[in-house]
Structures are given as C-alpha cells and as structure tokens.
Design a protein around this ligand. Structure first.
Ligand code: TZP
Ligand code: MG
Length: 223
C-alpha cells in the first residue's frame, strides 16, 4: 500500500460519546494528531452509516487524514474511502481486494498466530492485533492476548512488509508499557496503536489524542 501513517489510529464508536457531538469529537481528535480514522459503527441502518461516513470523509479530507470503513465495502466505495477494515468473519481479503479500487488499504483484525499467518499470506496491508487488554468497548469472544501474545504475533511478521497496530484497552496510562514490551521481543515492532474509548469517551478528545501520540512517538524513537 502507499505509505499511510498508522501511528495513532482512531476507531470511532458513537455509543461512547457521552453527549458529545460525533463530528466535533472527530475534529478534535484530528486536531490532536490522529493519523488515520476508522468508522466503526455497529448499525444495520445503511442510510445512517452512509451519512456518517460521508461527513467523516469530508472532515478527514480537510485534515488530509485517510479514512477507513469497518466491514462495509459498499460504504467504503460509496464515499471513496482509503480502505476497509475486515473482521475474521467479514469478506475475505482476496475478494475485498478485487472489489476495492487499486491501491486501497485492506486491514484485518487478528487474535491468534494462525489468523496472523493467514492474513499475511492473503496479502493484508495491515493487521489489527488484539485485544491486547480487556476492554469495555467490544465484547471479546477470546481472552486478551496481552503484551506477550502481541510480541509472538509480531514475530510472525518479521521479514514481511505488512503493518501492525495493537488494539484493545490501550490508554495513555498503559501505552508506554505496551510499547516497551512489544518492541523488546521482536524485530517487527508496532507501526501504530488503535484506540477507541481513550479518545472518543474523553471530555477532551484533542488532548487525549495529543498525549497518546506523544507517548507513541517517544517510545518509537527511543528504540
Ligand atoms: N477490536 C479489538 S478490541 C476493540 C476492537 C474494535 C475495542 C478497543 O476499544 P478500546 O476502547 O480502545 O479498548
Ligand atoms: Mg467486522
């Protein structure tokens, strides 16, 4: 894929806004320095999702930040998003690749070494590894992988140019721990961290993003 910066990957969830406006919160996160945005809204209302995606695309374009759509290739195509993010039971990577325009970004969530190997072999551009820790944002069907599990999965990516981001329970209070742990065990390293509640649920999303980004950058350059 064209190089996109996955350093601070915002994933949305309207249910965590606690009364804040969706687009205003997104804009604050963009001002705080998120480098990529995924619209992940669990709704069966296509018109509603489409409108949210369109408005988000307009805003992200203004900040020149790539927009990724969770699950829905039709919505990604409709709003000319930069890519799609797939789950293990969504559209297979190869089919998504055929459906999306050339050069689109295809990401996938993986929770085990097997899933990581399959995603790598299927040609994903990046993998979301997790959940690293417990989270209230998503009902987990498998236990969190922990920093140790994350390190093992990153090792499977050594020598490939597939990107990796960690997700699940990541907050400004534990990000340094995550970074030190995962880097010391592998050559591949993390290309970014994906965060939902620490930004979306924050009363100050801009500040929350700024703090996360500065910790990520400091830990990354320290290696
Ligand atoms: N996939 C694995 S954990 C998770 C997703 C979408 C939710 C992470 O949310 P939070 O609030 O950053 O823990
Ligand atoms: Mg999915």
């Amino acid at each position: 894929m064209d190089r996109i910066d996955l350093s601070l990957y915002l994933v949305t969830d309207r249910s965590l806004l606690a009364g804040k406006d969706f687009l205003e919160t997104l804009e604050q996160a963009l001002l705080g320095g998120v480098t990529v945005v995924q619209i992940r809204e669990k709704t069966s209302d296509t018109a509603e999702f489409l409108q949210l995606a369109q408005e988000s695309k307009t805003l992200c374009d203004r900040y020149e930040i790539p927009l990724i759509i969770n699950d829905r290739i039709d919505i990604a195509l409709a709003v000319n998003a930069r890519g799609v993010h797939l789950g293990q039971s969504d559209m297979p990577i190869g089919i998504a690749r055929r459906l999306m325009p050339a050069g689109s970004i295809i990401g996938i969530s993986c929770n085990s070494l097997d899933e990581v190997r399959r995603a790598r072999d299927a040609g994903a551009d990046y993998i979301g590894l997790g959940a690293v820790w417990e989270t209230q944002t998503k009902r987990l069907t498998k236990p969190p992988i922990g920093v140790r599990g994350l390190g093992v999965m990153l090792e499977a990516l050594d020598g490939s140019d597939i990107k990796a981001v960690a997700i699940g329970g990541i907050k400004s209070t534990n990000l340094a721990r995550l970074m030190h742990g995962s880097w010391s065990q592998t050559n591949h390293g993390l290309d970014g961290v994906a965060v939902v509640s620490d930004i979306v649920a924050s009363p100050e999303p801009k500040k929350a993003a700024q703090i996360l980004k500065s910790i990520f950058m400091a830990c990354k350059t320290a290696v």
